[in-house]
Design a binder for this molecule. Sequence first.
Ligand SMILES: C[S@@+](CC[C@H](N)C(=O)[O-])C[C@H]1O[C@@H](n2cnc3c(N)ncnc32)[C@H](O)[C@@H]1O
Length: 332
Amino acid sequence: MIPPMEQGIESGGRSARPRAPRNRTLRLSPDEEDRYAAKALDTSTMTPAPDGRLRLEDVSNAVFLGDSSELGPLLPRVSVDVLFADPPYDLPKVFDGDRFAPMGHEAYLEYTRAWLGAVAGSLKPTASIYVCSDWRSSSAVYLALAERFTVRNRVTWKRDKGRSSASNWKNASEDLWFATVSDEYRFDAGAVRVRKRVVAPYRERGVPKDWFEDESGRWRMTGASNLWEDLTVPFWSMPENTDHPTQKPEKLVARVLLASSAPGDLVLDPFLGSGTTAVAAKKLGRRFVGIERSPAYCALALRRLETAEPGSRIQGLDGDAPSDKPEGLTTP
Ligand SMILES: C[S@@+](CC[C@H](N)C(=O)[O-])C[C@H]1O[C@@H](n2cnc3c(N)ncnc32)[C@H](O)[C@@H]1O
């Protein structure tokens, strides 16, 4: 049984409530929504490659309106370097009027197998795969990934949102499973180093050994762990925020792409939502292909992509966001 505090169904629809002046949530007028949604691609107008699949040039930097179970098998074979997938969790949720009902472990495992199978042919042998989940769906995601790929880690990230419960622990984390197609894959640990507080500062001839000091303390740079505490879900004062009910932070996707892809690589998101993966990929100079079945969310993604440029700022990556608490730093 789902605890009462987690039963709330959030809607992805546009709220009629007036917004505070400092609310930076991206909202589209009905006209804008129609205009941007019309820019989402439709495979029926495309000339397929000789193997019947889509051509690489047609999927590079593309947002497709459609179902990933149908479009996934059409993606060019062996073309994708990183798969980042944020499927609906096994929870009641409404995505733009499309009701996703909880199905239970066995059915969710089957569901995960099905969508992974739909996109698997597009992955390069060197590809990395990241799949989001909450604690409830995490075991099914692990099992489905392990059937096809080498599971390498489970990142847990702090996601502090929602109310606490009188009868359960408040859920304040999500999982991000990391797998690879083979043993040959890219992982650039140097691109995702984090600051960690130095507990025992060591000096050599009076000079700090591998640490530095600023007004907030003594730090050293170290490899990122699988516990990410410096993230926040997008909220109303952040320009990346939209009305999508389960939007992920750009910083989360950016960290993945910095570690597991090179500039120019192709990143696939078969559940694109408001476009976070595509936006982070574009800002970091990666190519993207996204599939989303809601025209309203395709419109949000395309609107966000319009203003995202290679090199554009990703909030928190440069250390200036309120959420960007260095790893290991505790506040009183
Ligand atoms: C958890 S949300 C993804 C949110 C996204 N990561 C973001 O930051 O906005 C899942 C999305 O997948 C879409 N979706 C669900 N099933 C789909 C399918 N079979 N094909 C394409 N999109 C689907 C939903 O409309 C929803 O927007």
